[in-house]
Write a protein that binds this ligand. Structure first.
Ligand SMILES: Cc1cc2nc3c(=O)[nH]c(=O)nc-3n(C[C@H](O)[C@H](O)[C@H](O)COP(=O)(O)OP(=O)(O)OC[C@H]3O[C@@H](n4cnc5c(N)ncnc54)[C@H](O)[C@@H]3O)c2cc1C
Length: 402
């Protein structure tokens, strides 16, 4: 535990999403005081990430979070691509990475389990001051300090911190307040996710808990979380969002894919637009960006939250020595490392997944399928492939960037 800290002003973290809360936990465990400002009065329980990759579970071990998280979700050691209505499948086995990770599986568990767990654990932590309902509205930096103004209803405070961590999500107020450009693009196809309570595994031969599926002219994915299934697909472009999400249209779509099985109990329905964007720098003076505030990518392959948690770990590894007196140039390396990974690993791989999942051209599909079969038929190639998708490779590469 560090000794230098309790006399310094606390580090301020904007946002109690997975990234901000993981930063808070890592800092308090190292003996540093933090104030977390979260605009909502409760941690979010919306339907967002559900996949935790091996590299991320290994990182969460640092705060003893993985075992409990694993107990709350469903682990998939094997996952697959399949062709709907046939017995054709390409099965990937994360067991080939057992020598490199304590967690050779994909964990399917809603991200709110992680945020809830962290909030429960830091509730009694004297070094952490978690202020729910406080929205950061402006920031100003000068000298060695950042002034952070936050409001809650009619109340307002201005706090000072040596370092502000902006983990305030994809619509980051701090990024906008600083006028930073967030360049990138929007993917042409949107996505719908339905959460069903139905034992699909008892009805679809060969179904695995993580399955990416091609139908004749479209695609869908199925992710099992305990007794629930998340069914994701691209909606018909002729429909409005409201139509696509309506109970009859959602049920009709399910019935066309799984004839004779419905109607299904639909617990949640969500529609989202897919962006790919990145900040020009993850460090702006004494303001440090991490997670969705810094970069966005397609959710295909489930890398957004995972890479945000990797940002958090990398950021705190670089911030701790600075808090103990080392040069703050180290934080430029945080930017170089995580920005390179966001652009060259996470965006590249998730955009490639997006294209492969949505490919409908029969000739191109044949080539992709041949490649999947070649990879899954060769242990070394499968290991290479899974090093990327499990995000172990990007952690290795990050460590090599100076
Ligand atoms: C449908 C869907 C499915 C997804 N699936 C996956 C997946 O399987 N795997 C994966 O890795 N990723 C996935 N993602 C992405 C993942 O959810 C995000 O990358 C992740 O939530 C980012 O975490 P974060 O902490 O950076 O931001 P957020 O989770 O957005 O948290 C930001 C927090 O900051 C708060 N905040 C915002 N502004 C302010 C302010 N001004 N002051 C104070 N607080 C503020 C917000 O209320 C929020 O609590 C998915 C996303 C979606 C939408």
């Amino acid at each position: 535990m560090s000794v230098s800290t309790n006399t310094q002003p606390p580090i301020i973290i904007a946002g109690a999403g997975p990234v901000g809360l993981f930063c808070a936990m890592l800092l308090t465990r190292a003996g540093h005081r933090v104030v977390v400002l979260e605009q909502n009065t409760e941690v979010a329980e919306d339907m967002r990430a559900s996949t935790f990759h091996p590299a991320t579970l290994d990182l969460l071990d640092r705060c003893d979070l993985s075992d409990e998280l694993v107990s709350r979700g469903t682990s998939a050691r094997r996952w697959q691509y399949m062709i709907h209505g046939t017995d054709q499948r390409a099965v990937f086995d994360l067991g080939v990475l057992s020598d490199l990770t304590r967690h050779p599986y994909r964990l399917q568990c809603e991200q709110f389990h992680l945020t809830r767990m962290v909030v429960e654990r830091i509730a009694d932590e004297p070094l952490c001051d978690l202020r729910m309902g406080w929205k950061v509205v402006s920031v100003e930096q000068g000298g060695d300090i950042v002034k952070v103004r936050a409001t809650r209803g009619d109340e307002a405070v201005t706090l000072e911190t040596p370092w502000l961590i902006a983990a305030d999500g994809g619509r980051s107020t701090i990024r906008k307040h600083l006028g930073l450009s967030f360049e990138g693009s929007v993917f042409p196809k949107t996505s719908i996710t339905l959460v069903l309570r139905f034992p699909l595994e008892e009805h679809i031969p060969g179904l695995l808990g993580v399955s990416y599926v091609w139908t004749d002219e479209a695609h869908y994915s199925l992710m099992q979380i305990r007794d629930l299934w998340r069914f994701s697909y691209s909606p018909n472009p002729d429909q409005t969002v409201e139509e696509a999400l309506s109970e009859p249209v959602a049920q009709a779509n399910l019935a066309s894919v799984f004839p004779g099985l419905g109607p299904f109990e639909l617990l949640q329905r969500n529609h989202y637009t897919l962006h790919q964007r990145c900040l020009e720098s993850f460090r702006v003076g004494r303001i440090l960006f991490a997670g969705d505030s810094a970069h966005l990518n397609s959710p295909a392959g489930g890398m957004g939250m995972n890479s945000g948690l990797h940002d958090a770990a990398c950021l705190i590894e670089h911030l701790l020595p600075v808090l103990e007196g080392h040069s703050d140039d180290l934080l430029d390396r945080y930017d170089r490392r995580r920005r390179t990974i966001a652009l060259e690993e996470v965006q590249r791989l998730s955009a490639r997944n997006y294209r492969k999942h949505r490919e409908t051209d029969p000739e191109k599909r044949k080539l992709i399928w041949r490649e999947f079969r070649a990879i899954t038929g060769d242990r070394e190639r499968m290991r290479e492939f899974l090093l990327n998708s499990s995000m172990i490779r990007s952690r290795q590469r990050e460590a090599e960037i100076q």
